[in-house]
Design a protein around this ligand. Structure first.
Ligand SMILES: [Zn+2]
Length: 314
């Protein structure tokens, strides 16, 4: 029997979402499926607003549309095209560039770029899952960024650190975090976000990991053995990320968002057809983001001097 792909086909997508109204109705059903609560005063009683899918709080009079206070907030083009962007970003195994979205949907490239960034905002790890089994931590280089520092254009290495969970002979989840340098201060963020204190951790021999040993006592540094590279799986994953960034996105200025997108898809590769609906769900439950919010992204750790780089990912 011929295997049928579980991926939501374009035909199925078009059947379910033929126009703007079907998209708005979907957001309406999902947003309030567990009941209504006023965004402003938190009361639960409502009546219908002037527009068909709006709800109006009976206590304070606040009118809320299905797109309000979500990542679809104030979307300035057809909601159907917005759904198409979510569909194309979530179902393409290798993602899709904003120039390609612009060609496919007849929207300006900047418009597609901004909305795609909003989709990517929903793909960030919620840090709910803590790895307690064997895990590999590896820093990697992901190209060069040109930045202005003290009025001068300087080259900065794009650095990230990966946490790759091992599950027997298989692959568990992988998380990536953009870092400014490879100091213990920066490296420690991914440890504290994703690892259990007692997790058996394998790292490279990079000195920046040293100060974290006290907090994560089961950490072991693996050095190259007879020319063989340690942390092979993490190395491969790092190479995959690097090639994807280069191939699809050229220069990824807001690196963390691209790392989030890559691992969101990789960690859910068995989800297939549900991935589109999963992303829509996350977008409904995510606070709105403006252009300014997106471009002013600041990493959690403070910037300090760049230290030496050890292992290269490619
Ligand atoms: Zn209210």
């Amino acid at each position: 029997m011929e295997a049928i792909s579980k991926t939501l086909s374009l035909f199925d997508f078009q059947q379910q979402f033929p126009n703007d109204e079907s998209c708005l109705k979907y957001l309406f059903d999902k947003k309030w499926e567990n009941g209504y609560q006023c965004h402003r005063c938190k009361r639960k009683k409502y009546c219908h607003g002037r527009k068909e899918y709006d709800r109006r709080c009976t206590a304070c009079g606040y009118v809320e549309s299905p797109t309000a206070n979500t990542l679809f907030h104030k979307v300035k083009f057809s909601l159907l095209k917005a759904f198409y962007i979510v569909y194309l970003v979530s179902t393409n195994k290798r993602g899709i560039a904003s120039t390609e979205l612009s060609r496919k949907l007849g929207l300006r490239q900047k418009t597609c770029w901004l909305f795609k960034q909003k989709v990517m905002q929903s793909m960030g790890s919620r840090k709910k899952y803590i790895i307690s089994s064997e895990v590999e931590i590896m820093p990697c280089e992901l190209g060069i960024n040109h930045v202005i520092e003290n009025g001068e254009k300087v080259k900065k290495k794009k650095l990230a650190v990966l946490a790759h969970e091992k599950k027997g002979s298989g692959r568990g989840n992988t998380y990536g975090h953009r870092v400014n340098n490879l100091s213990a201060n920066e490296l420690g963020i991914i440890f504290r976000d994703h690892l259990h204190k007692a997790a058996p951790i394998r790292t490279t021999g990079w000195t920046g990991f040293g100060p974290l040993q006290k907090e994560f006592p089961a950490m072991v540094a693996l050095l190259p053995n007879q020319g063989k590279r340690p942390l092979v799986m993490s190395y491969r994953i790092g190479c995959g990320l690097l090639h994807w960034l280069r191939g699809t996105h050229g220069h990824a200025e807001h690196l963390q968002y691209y790392i989030d997108e890559y691992f969101f898809r990789l960690n859910r590769s068995d989800m297939e057809g549900d991935l589109f609906f999963h992303v829509i769900d996350r977008m409904i439950n995510h606070e709105p983001r403006t252009y300014r919010d997106i471009v002013s992204y600041k990493p959690k750790a403070l910037f300090s001097e760049n230290s030496k780089i050890l292992p290269k990912s490619a």
